[in-house]
Design a binder for this molecule. Structure first.
Ligand SMILES: Cc1ncc(C[n+]2csc(CCOP(=O)(O)OP(=O)(O)O)c2C)c(N)n1
Length: 620
């Protein structure tokens, strides 16, 4: 840290700086972010893109009286640094350290928690309406990216907002990127208006201006009208928003702090809903990230000079196995199509997209739409595979029930990042999916324990005539059994025979269960070990056998303890009056939101590391 940053601990210090000094501060913050994130990992490119914007916002507005709501929240590093957290910034994303997202417990300036996209405008409008009812006076500002603006909820909010005269400010941070290149009609629309001149607190009458050009004007107007149908919508920036009842201002250079502060000061005086379109560059100020903003969207530790990862794992990930296998299946079956909601890299669908561009769909950050879109595709006779992260699928719950499962449509849900993801924390830990999917009629759920099993399950799903989910974790597949065992509907696999206790484990927890069984053997306890490949339906035959042979059964899963595999096992015994005289213990996460940290730290904290599980079993 040097110069200005040394002097700025919070926004009261920021406001003491001259406007001219803000540029220097921005430079120093960029350097500091690069330096820290190169060690901790994090959302680098998005944060470098909003350093100037964040400084301008905090310079003009008065947080926490004025409310800043950050969509996704992954771009709040400068906000954190300017709000008393610069000295803790090196603990970013670490266990017990700063979160990578806004957290109320961290600061009164983190006014609303985010992590999933497209919620900020709804929250801002709600807070603004409440402010008016309470007779308070302050500004409410939502900061949303062009990627997050592809999510349906943002339009529900804009629609609602446009019909009101509530004072709300939306800052549209347009860097033309979602994680990868942004897609869709709105993105195209924004690209067209990015090149427009600035319209601030007055509106140009473009038609009149063009007509006033001698001779050429009339001809130009006619030609453009013919070509585009509407001259206004082509040339007047933000016409779409204006027509919805929202005052549009921009586009503004998001790296010109002076210009932004002037616009924000004017906007404070304007009444009603307003949207300021700010153009930024993802990765700004760090050449390597500017050139590869997608790669630097989220990074692990890296070398600042070269940009190369210093902490990459060498193994094959579940996502890679999924991507490669789906490609193979698609070669054999031309009915297979792949869908992503703006995560082609994370879900490893890039190769599929290249090989089969006509059978690949990036629908934007629109999980709800993706599910019903998949239902439509399946209804018409094709075989959609929707690859999606566990927690992002949460928002498509009704679509899974209403559009897929009720009609028994053969959609394959490939649920990545299931279980603990680690450093992204509460909003991203995929510990609810077994519970939320288990209760849905017609839904089959499979959970692979390793690479081979994931491949087999994908094959099984490709031929399965109904809704089916395969949930797998983030990270390496680890050691895989080479034996390609045939998957049979609803059947589990006995991995080891035992005589003292039974352990049923699913997915990633199977390898931990194997280690638990080994440790127990050292203590002369012989465990029967079951791989629960299916969580819906469960294997009643095996459960009946276990009931006969054992009085203690342990169920291990990386899901919350309610509604998942353990609950289903207990319910089965209970419903069949078989629970008497046996003890079924669930080893799962408690019903809580699990913070950020390394997966192993979190397993330990919640008693799901091998040692603690062994202790629990022995002590039971
Ligand atoms: C519901 C949901 N789906 C997917 C994601 C994963 N995700 C995180 S950031 C992001 C792209 C956001 O783009 P944008 O809003 O333009 O912000 P930028 O990173 O470009 O600044 C995506 C898809 C998410 N956070 N929430």
């Amino acid at each position: 840290m040097s110069g200005y940053l040394e002097r700025v601990n919070d926004i009261s210090d920021l406001k003491k700086l001259d406007k001219a000094e803000l540029v220097g501060l921005a430079e120093e913050i960029r350097k500091y972010i690069i330096e820290c994130v190169s060690k901790t990992g994090g959302h680098l490119a998005s944060n470098l893109g909003v350093v100037d914007l964040t400084i301008a916002l905090h310079y003009v507005f008065n947080s926490p009286v004025d409310k800043l709501i950050w969509d996704v929240g992954h771009q709040t590093y400068t906000h954190k640094i300017l709000n008393k957290r610069k000295d803790k910034f090196h603990t970013l994303r670490k266990y017990n350290g700063l979160s990578g997202f806004p957290k109320k417990a961290e600061s009164c300036h983190d006014i609303f928690e985010t992590g999933h996209t497209s919620t900020s405008i709804s929250a801002a409008l709600g807070m603004a309406e409440a402010r008016d009812i309470l007779g308070e006076k302050h500004d409410v500002i939502a900061i949303i990216g062009d990627g997050a603006l592809t999510g349906g909820q943002a339009y529900e909010a804009l629609n609602n907002m446009g019909s009101k005269d509530t004072n709300v400010i939306v800052i549209l941070n347009d860097n033309q990127m979602s994680i990868s290149q942004n897609t869709g009609g709105i993105s195209n629309y924004l690209n067209r208006i990015r090149t427009s001149i600035l319209i601030s607190d007055f509106k140009l009458n473009v038609e009149k201006w063009i007509e006033s050009i001698p001779k050429l004007g009339k001809y130009m107007k006619k030609t453009v009208e013919l070509a585009q149908g509407s001259l206004e919508s082509l040339i007047i920036p933000g016409k779409l928003f204006e027509d919805m009842g929202i005052t549009y201002l921009g586009p503004v250079d998001g790296h010109n702090i002076q210009e932004m502060t002037e616009i924000f000061e004017k906007v404070k005086k304007l009444k009603g809903p307003k949207l300021i379109h700010v153009k930024t560059i993802k990765g700004k100020g760090y050449g390597i990230a500017e050139e590869a903003p997608c790669k630097f969207h989220g990074v692990g530790a890296f070398d600042v000079e070269t940009g190369k990862a210093t902490s990459s794992s060498s193994g094959t990930t579940y996502s890679q196995v999924f991507g490669n296998k789906l490609l193979k299946l698609a070669e054999e079956n031309d009915k297979i199509v792949a869908i992503t909601a703006a995560m082609p890299e994370g879900t490893k669908l890039e190769k599929f997209a290249q090989r089969y561009p006509n059978r690949f769909f990036d629908v934007g950050i629109a999980e709800q739409h993706a599910v019903t879109f998949a239902a439509g595709i399946a209804n018409a006779g094709l075989k959609p595979f929707f690859a999606v992260y566990s927690t992002f699928l949460q928002r498509a719950y009704d679509q899974i029930i209403h559009d897929v499962c009720m009609q028994k449509l053969p959609v394959v849900f490939c649920i990545d990042r299931a279980g603990i993801v680690g450093e992204d924390g509460e909003t991203h830990q995929g510990v609810f999916d077994l519970s939320y999917l288990s209760t849905i009629p017609n839904m089959t759920i499979m959970v692979p324990k390793d690479k081979t099993e994931l491949e087999n399950m994908l094959e099984f799903a490709a031929d399965f005539d109904g809704p089916i989910a395969i949930r797998y974790p983030r990270g390496d597949v680890g050691v895989s059994s080479d034996v390609s065992e045939k998957i049979e509907y609803g059947k589990w696999q006995t991995l080891e025979q035992g005589k003292d206790i039974a352990i049923i484990a699913t997915g990633k927890m199977v390898s931990k269960a194997v280690d638990v069984a080994k440790k127990l053997k050292e203590k002369s306890i012989q465990a029967e070990l079951i791989n629960a490949r299916f969580v819906s339906p469960i294997d009643y035959e095996i459960l009946l056998k276990l009931r006969k042979d054992f009085s203690k059964i342990y169920v291990i899963e990386d899901n919350i303890e309610h509604g998942g595999l353990g609950t289903k096992v207990i319910d089965f015994y209970n419903d069949n009056k078989l629970l008497k005289d046996i003890d079924v213990m669930k080893l799962a996460f408690p019903v809580t939101f699990i913070e950020h940290g390394k997966p192993e730290e979190l397993y330990k904290k919640y008693g799901l590391d091998v040692e603690t599980m062994v202790e629990k079993i022995i002590g039971n």
